[in-house]
Design a protein around this ligand. Structure first.
Ligand code: CA
Length: 233
């Protein structure tokens, strides 16, 4: 489930965005002012942010940050997800500024919720499709190169381990049954049992240097399966 952050000072628009995207299956967070948005993003780590440019009507008033400043602050704090600006402005200069700051898309009010949904999905798809390096403090998972880096030290992943870890990362927060992992990663290879899944999990966990009794990456749900719990930071 994608986590989406909306920052919009107009209360009516914000509530319709929240209602619509919640119905569409997103996990929705929202703020009406820039500072509140920055704090919320730090806590909730959204996958994508949709930012209004002018935030003067919000509780932080005209002295508060605008959408561009919010984007700058989010990027400074390590937010790497896609950003879409929502705005009534149509000035070319603002559009260019938005893209300079690393925005992925720009949508001018009034817009339809369906159009915004399409743009959100497209931005998430582009972001997800291109991503192969994940950072967890000093641990870096580099799926393209089949390695996990711990500072200067390297752990190499086999093909299966890489596929398994990729699948876990892409389904972060979801309980994955051993059968599901078996079917998704090993397809229908002969002689493979859920025991194989357990062995590979064990190896990946060792390479992540994760502690099974107090996991930071892979949680074991006894009799059920596994859950990838690590969040990038
Ligand atoms: Ca506004």
């Amino acid at each position: 489930m994608a986590r989406i952050l909306f920052v919009e000072d107009e209360e009516d628009l914000l509530s319709s965005l929240v209602a619509f995207f919640t119905r569409e299956g997103f996990e929705v967070f929202h703020a009406r002012g820039g500072e509140a948005a920055i704090q919320l993003a730090a806590r909730m780590r959204p996958d994508i942010a949709v930012l209004d440019v002018m935030l003067h009507e919000g509780p932080e008033g005209p002295a508060g940050k605008d959408g561009f400043e919010v984007l700058r602050a989010l990027r400074d704090r390590g937010f790497t997800g896609p950003v879409i600006f929502l705005t009534a402005r149509t000035l070319e200069h603002d559009k260019l500024l938005a893209f300079d700051l690393g925005a992925d898309d720009y949508i001018t009010k009034p817009f339809s919720l369906l159009e915004l949904r399409a743009r959100v999905r497209a931005a998430l798809k582009r972001a997800g499709g291109g991503k192969s390096v994940y950072r967890y403090g000093t641990v870096e998972v580099d799926l393209d190169n089949y390695v996990i880096r711990h500072g200067d030290e390297l752990e190499r992943l086999s093909n299966r381990e890489q596929e398994l870890l990729k699948y876990l990362i892409e389904h972060r927060g979801k309980v994955l049954q051993r059968d599901e992992l078996l079917t998704s990663i090993w397809k229908y290879s002969a002689g493979v049992t859920t025991r194989t899944v357990d062995t590979h999990i064990l190896n990946v966990r060792k390479k992540l240097r994760d502690d099974a009794s107090e996991p930071a990456f892979i949680e074991t749900l006894h009799g059920i399966g596994y859950k990838y719990i690590a969040q990038e930071f």
